[in-house]
Write a protein that binds this ligand. Structure first.
Ligand code: NAI
Ligand SMILES: O=C(O)C1=N[C@H](C(=O)O)C[C@H](O)C1
Length: 271
């Protein structure tokens, strides 16, 4: 029997990092082989299990990406854009599947990830849950069925520590709506209205970000026209669903050809 793929978790002290560690330790087809944090973080050099307030795991938290990636068949990365761009090149060098959950990336960042995907499998999604990925497909279908007399607004809500807006998921939903409608999102996107904005421009897709407390992640796509509204919504109440999606992607990517993939590929929802 072949050995189980070894996984490195980056940003291991973070909300998603710790959730990923717990899910990998409970997984029967993946094993944890490394843990990475940013240089200067007080977890670096400590045993991961002890740093998490549990029993020792025999895995020291490292700040040396190149060294830990060399042991991995998959790198699961929910950190920050600058770190993720750097990890994409290093994971490709190590020929490890790079699962990217990080959001808030610029076009320039995405271009660098695209270059790294020439040599390795990269699975990237602003949301790793089955429900949200299904919602993108439904959004595309509804947008394709309705004309521009239906206004599309995307409303998202997250915890008060989130640093990027609109969320990666909101952008995925916006892309899906724009694709369904046959328009370019960059041309019709209207973000965070404020002041005397004038009347809503026909065909625009609006984005609104709520931030508060410990909201895990909520996304609503609203289609509104004279006399009626359609609202489709996803509510995440537990981060473990994002972590489980990421583990699925890490396993799925093991036998794939180099390239960029998303969760629709992993979940078999493309089409
Ligand atoms: N795609 C998805 O399904 C989901 C995506 N996310 C995204 O994941 C990212 C992280 O979210 P959270 O865990 O809530 O944030 P967090 O702030 O709790 O964790 C981020 C971690 O990354 C670490 N980090 C930053 N730079 C680093 C570097 N150069 N090397 C190693 N570690 C580094 C930080 O020290 C921190 O521990 C965000 O972009 C968020 O939007 C979050 C949940 C689900
Ligand atoms: O930062 C978060 O927490 C989340 N980020 C992702 C996003 O930007 O959409 C996914 C999820 O909603 C949680």
């Amino acid at each position: 029997m072949t050995e189980q793929p070894g996984v490195v978790v980056t940003g291991v002290s973070g909300r998603m990092g710790q959730m990923l560690v717990r899910e990998i330790l409970a997984h029967d087809k993946l094993r944890l082989v490394g843990a990475l944090e940013r240089a200067g973080h007080d977890w670096v050099g400590r045993d991961l299990g002890e740093a998490m307030g549990a029993a020792a795991l025999g895995i020291a938290v490292s700040d040396d990406a190149l060294e830990v990636f060399a042991k991995a068949q998959a790198v699961i990365d929910f950190t920050a854009p600058a770190a993720t761009v750097e990890f994409a090149a290093l994971a490709a060098q190590a020929r490890a599947v790079h699962v990217i959950g990080t959001t808030g990336m610029t076009e320039e960042d995405l271009q660098k990830i695209h270059v790294a995907a020439r040599h390795a499998v990269i699975v990237r999604a602003g949301n790793m849950s089955l429900g949200v990925n299904l919602l993108t497909q439904v959004t595309k279908q509804v947008a394709a069925a309705l004309d521009a007399d239906w206004d599309i607004e995307i409303i998202e809500a997250h915890h008060n520590r989130k640093v990027d807006a609109p969320s990666g998921t909101a952008l995925m939903l916006g892309e899906a709506a724009a694709e369904g409608r046959g328009v370019d999102l960059d041309e019709v996107s209207d973000r965070g209205r404020d002041g005397i904005t004038g009347a809503r421009k026909k065909g625009d897709i609006g984005f609104h970000a709520v931030r508060g407390g410990d909201i895990v992640g909520e996304h609503e796509v609203l289609f509104a026209t004279g006399g009626e509204r359609i609202s489709i919504k996803h509510m995440a109440s537990d981060r473990s669903l994002f972590a489980r999606g990421a583990l699925k992607a890490a396993l799925w990517g093991q036998d794939k050809a180099p390239g960029e993939y998303d969760m629709l590929d992993v979940l078999g929802l493309k089409g």
